[in-house]
Design a protein around this ligand. Structure first.
Ligand SMILES: Nc1ncnc2c1ncn2[C@@H]1O[C@H](COP(=O)(O)OP(=O)(O)OP(=O)(O)O)[C@@H](O)[C@H]1O
Length: 682
């Protein structure tokens, strides 16, 4: 603005005319001066940048604070000056030489024109320099100043696992990866190969071709040599049963005296029966004896079969292999005289995670007490004495499951001896397995593998439409061999009835749950296996281990509560290399929870979504209404019958406690010899 001459009224007479050239040169001088100032400022900034990062930030912060503070002070000062100027003088310049606000504004505008947006005088620069050096001297060297760090995402802390858990023997999980025929394990007994041929088995599944030779080798050594305990985690239907049945039979075949040498523990009776059948099948042609202790026959009968008495040697064990459940095992260990586990060579725990999770009746403790030496191996040391005495080493523990716990604390309870872990990775071919093993060390923990042949789907359904969707899929989409899981006995019964009414008798629906008698359950499973039932509705009683061939579809009608339950449910299909589909019905509110559940097991990938629209189900509207009324009537009838039964039970009195009977007997003076003949309650 200085380029223009401002002429105000009354000013001309006081001011001398301005020389244009002088004015221009003074302006150039000013520009030069400012240039120098700017250079100095740049130098200062350079110094700041060279300072260590924390210090630098502190310095910059302080400089900024100083600048802000200074601006604020200036502002305040100007304000007061302005007020003063306004009060004292109305002219452009006050007596004290303070510039008026108008003049200041003019100057500022001039600066902008010259390219200076904020002049810094010498004093100011010096002050900033001083502030920098002050802050720098205050920052302690060698310490991290908290709060000045940039926040970066912390990497996840990995569990530190015991060596054997972190370094497993990896087995291929792909059932198409069958390279070993039954003749390719040279150490396998010829009679067992024959049995395999008879059962139409030509190839070994990956888990079998890894575990069988390993176990055979471990038991070729003398009895005093203690083999490593083994944990095997392989998908459902991958043939884990034969992986232990064959080596056990081969190891015991050549025994001289009969003793209980193998103990197989399973969580439930139905599973024990299944394993018992496999042992019986492969023991054909040997003189090995297998017994099932689960309560299928009476306790006394089991005792008689288990322990025999001879006039020469007294009591002796008449079986080689015991298949049992934890509860029944403890009963026999306590109440069957002569039942001995002193010669036990194998302790097999199938569905190990379930058995370990609820160690019923502390069965392992009872087993330990009955085994010759401490099962944990703490007491038996290998010495010349123990070798001479021919004391057999403690039994080898073999743990099998599709969802084996890899929680070191839980496994610790079992007192495993130098354990080895065999685990699977889905989709890996055997050749690649050892290479990938180096990459996955420890990373498989908590992840569950499912059969590669399994297709997983989920369907979002309104709860009231679930039965209709299921019926529609079975009847219209022609689904066959459907195994449907619910979360309770009540739901199982209701759904089975509803499906029957919906189909008007066209669908053959079976139901199975803990509420039904054992013989009825066995019959129903048989009918389903032989294809006489279209659908089998089940509670989680069948979810684990049960091997029903040719299940095409598994439907989780109610969402499973735990990921392990889900893995075992869906594992009832796609067994032994066959294809299968698993469908989970989800209500909208359950979708997220279900996905989180799958994520915890690293299983969220590969679950397809599909839906059935309302219009697809319209044709079922009337049938559904009728089915619901029929269901209600049926349930009401059942309830009435149940209450009648209960009433009858409550009013029931044993004959001998009948008052009239007692009175009659007292009259003839037989009170003392009165015998109580109570009727046995069912
Ligand atoms: N080598 C094989 N060739 C063909 N079929 C086999 C072979 N091994 C086992 N099977 C069959 O595969 C089915 C599943 O085997 P098994 O019950 O042992 O599986 P699993 O791994 O124990 O499953 P789960 O974890 O569900 O108990 C059985 O019907 C069995 O007869």
């Amino acid at each position: 603005m200085d380029l223009f001459i401002m002429r105000r009224f009354g000013e001309e007479s006081e001011k001398e005319p301005v020389n244009q050239e002088d004015h221009l040169s003074s302006l150039l001088e000013k520009i030069e001066e400012r240039k120098k100032k700017r250079e100095k400022l740049n130098e200062l900034q350079k110094q700041r940048e060279e300072a260590p990062s924390e210090e630098k930030r502190q310095v910059i912060k302080h400089v900024h604070v100083n600048e802000k503070e200074k601006k604020r002070k200036d502002k305040r000062k100007h304000k007061s000056e302005n007020n003063e100027a306004l009060l004292n003088d109305t002219s452009e310049k006050s007596e004290s030489g303070i510039e008026s606000p108008t003049k200041k504004k003019k100057k500022k505008r001039k600066n902008v024109e010259l390219g200076n947006d904020g002049p810094l005088d010498e004093l100011e620069i010096k002050k900033t320099e001083d502030a920098c050096t002050k802050v720098q001297s205050k920052v302690p060297q060698g310490f991290t100043i908290i709060g000045t760090d940039k926040f970066s995402k912390k990497s996840k802390v990995k569990r530190v696992l015991p060596y054997w858990l972190a370094h497993p023997n990896v087995v291929s999980g792909s059932m198409t990866d069958i390279s070993k025929t039954i003749y390719d394990i040279p150490s396998l007994d010829k009679d067992l190969v024959k049995r395999l041929e008879e059962n139409n088995i030509k190839y070994f599944f990956p888990v079998q071709s890894k575990v069988i030779p390993w176990l055979l080798e471990a038991h070729r050594k003398p009895l005093q040599y203690r083999p490593n305990d083994v944990c095997i985690s392989a998908p459902t239907g991958s043939g884990k049963t034969l992986a232990f049945v064959l080596p056990v039979i081969q190891a015991l075949k050549s025994r001289v005296m009969r003793h209980v040498r193998a103990l197989v523990v399973l969580p439930v009776r139905d599973l024990a029966l299944q394993i018992f059948d496999v042992f019986k099948e492969y023991c054909k042609g040997t003189d090995l004896k297998v017994i099932l202790l689960t309560g299928h026959s009476s306790f006394v009968k089991e005792q008689q079969e288990l322990v025999k008495t001879s006039s020469i040697i007294g009591q002796y064990n008449a079986v080689d292999i015991v298949v049992t459940t934890p509860g029944r095992l403890v009963e026999h260990l306590i109440d069957t005289p002569g039942f001995s586990l002193k010669f036990l060579q194998f302790l097999i725990i199938d569905e190990a995670d379930r058995v370990v999770d609820n160690i019923q009746n502390d069965w392992l403790h009872h087993v330990e007490k009955h085994v010759s030496s401490d099962i944990t191996g703490k007491r038996t040391a290998l010495s010349s004495l123990s070798l001479q005495a021919m004391i057999p080493s403690p039994p080898q523990k073999l743990l099998f499951s599709a969802t084996l716990t890899q929680d070191p604390e839980k496994l610790e309870k079992l007192g495993l001896f130098q354990p080895k872990l065999f685990t699977t990775i889905v989709g890996e071919r055997d050749a690649d397995v050892q290479e990938s093993a180096t990459e996955v060390r420890g990373d498989f923990v908590g992840k569950y593998t499912t059969p590669a042949e399994l297709t997983e789907k989920c369907c979002v359904v309104d709860p009231e439409l679930k039965p209709l969707v299921l019926y529609h899929l079975i009847s219209n989409e022609n689904w066959k061999n459907v195994l449907c899981f619910t979360n309770s006995q009540k739901n199982t019964h209701r759904l089975a009835l509803l499906l029957r009414y919906l189909g008007g008798g066209s669908l053959n629906v079976g139901e199975i749950s803990g509420a039904l008698r054992r013989d009825l359950r066995d019959k129903t499973i048989q009918r389903f296996s032989s294809g006489k039932l279209n659908v089998l509705v089940s509670s989680d009683a069948l979810a684990r281990g049960i091997d029903i061939p040719d299940v095409d579809y598994v439907v989780s009608y109610d969402v499973p509560k735990f990921v392990k339950t889900h893995i075992h449910r869906i594992g009832r299909t796609a067994r032994a290399g066959r294809k299968g589909t698993a469908v989970t019905f989800l209500e909208k509110k359950e979708v997220n929870k279900f996905k989180v559940m799958l994520q915890t097991a690293s299983k969220e990938n590969g679950v397809e979504d599909f839906s059935v629209t309302h219009s697809d189900l319209e044709y079922l509207e009337n049938d559904y209404k009728n089915a619901l009324t029929a269901l209600q009537q049926n349930l009401q009838k059942e309830e009435e019958l149940e209450t009648k039964k209960l009433r009858r039970l409550r009013t029931f009195r044993p004959k001998s406690l009948n008052i009239q009977n007692i009175q009659r007997k007292t009259k003839i003076g037989k009170t003392k010899s009165l015998k109580v003949k109570g009727k046995k309650e069912n």
